[in-house]
Design a protein around this ligand. Structure first.
Ligand SMILES: C[S@@+](CC[C@H](N)C(=O)[O-])C[C@H]1O[C@@H](n2cnc3c(N)ncnc32)[C@H](O)[C@@H]1O
Length: 242
């Protein structure tokens, strides 16, 4: 059987992903990239009519990146953050017109500021939140909601039945979430969750019934009104890990 060069490259990148997982299972988080149905389910939640950048966290070898582009986001409106340099190289090769930021999602606000990205409409995450300690999880979410507008959403998939963000973390950050989709045609089956600031914070009389707004809320403080600007490039190195 003959494979096209693109197919060969994809197979190689998937093998590379698996080898990286063997060396760093908790850092990479999954044995193989997300399936097409799951990637499409995540991408279908993005409103392409709303202006602003789509920020993908944990690009891996690009299965969700590909689906986001296929669903109508233009390469110039997509920014992918990935911590592993080897995976950044794979992403840059597969998606030469997409901005790939090499860095840690815990510092998302700084990474975006350094790349001159000021308007974000949605954050799409495939980070292994369940295997992170709660401090790292909280830091990633704090940084993500600091760059999102008031009604901006943080999308996350998970393989478990429950919210991948604990109630305690949701309450301490003032965010609410709901399961938006089940994707049974994925190995393992997965669910897509949507999180946003708790609507109870925005209106005292009519919280959005679609969202689980249980528990107390704490407002997220607006951070960094002014941000440094640098020229965008295909891969931006930022390995700050503090
Ligand atoms: C479960 S894999 C998902 C890869 C791909 N998006 C997919 O769905 O197949 C998680 C990815 O997140 C990256 N990652 C983990 N922690 C990260 C962090 N703090 N900042 C940026 N990327 C991170 C890993 O290197 C890995 O590529």
């Amino acid at each position: 059987m003959r494979f096209s060069p693109v197919r060969n490259r994809l197979k190689k990148s998937e093998l590379g992903f698996f080898l990286l997982w063997l060396r760093r299972p908790t850092r990479v988080g999954a044995l193989v990239p997300s399936g097409r149905a799951l990637a499409a389910a995540m991408a279908s939640r993005i409103d392409t009519n709303v202006p602003g950048a789509v920020v993908e966290l944990g690009g891996g070898t690009g299965s969700i990146t590909e689906a986001i582009l296929a669903a109508g986001t233009t390469p110039k409106d997509l920014v992918v953050v990935e911590r592993e340099a080897k995976l950044c190289a794979v992403l840059a090769q597969r998606f030469p017109d997409v901005r790939i930021l090499h860095g840690d999602a815990r510092n998302l606000d700084e990474l975006l500021a350094a790349a001159g990205i000021t308007q974000v409409k949605v954050v799409v995450s495939s980070l292994p939140l369940l295997s992170l300690d709660s401090g790292d999880c909280r830091r990633i979410l704090t940084s993500a909601f600091a760059v999102l507008p008031k009604d901006g959403e943080f999308l996350q998939f998970t393989y478990g039945p429950a919210s991948p963000i604990s109630r305690e973390t949701r309450q301490s950050l003032g965010i609410a979430g709901r399961r938006a989709d089940w994707v049974l045609y994925n190995l393992p089956p997965a669910a897509v969750w949507r999180y946003r600031r708790d609507p109870a914070e925005q209106t005292v009389c009519a919280p959005d019934p679609a969202y689980d707004s249980s528990g107390s809320v704490a407002p997220l403080r607006a951070r960094r009104a002014t941000r440094p600007t640098v020229a965008p490039c295909t891969i931006t190195e930022n390995t700050t890990t503090t």
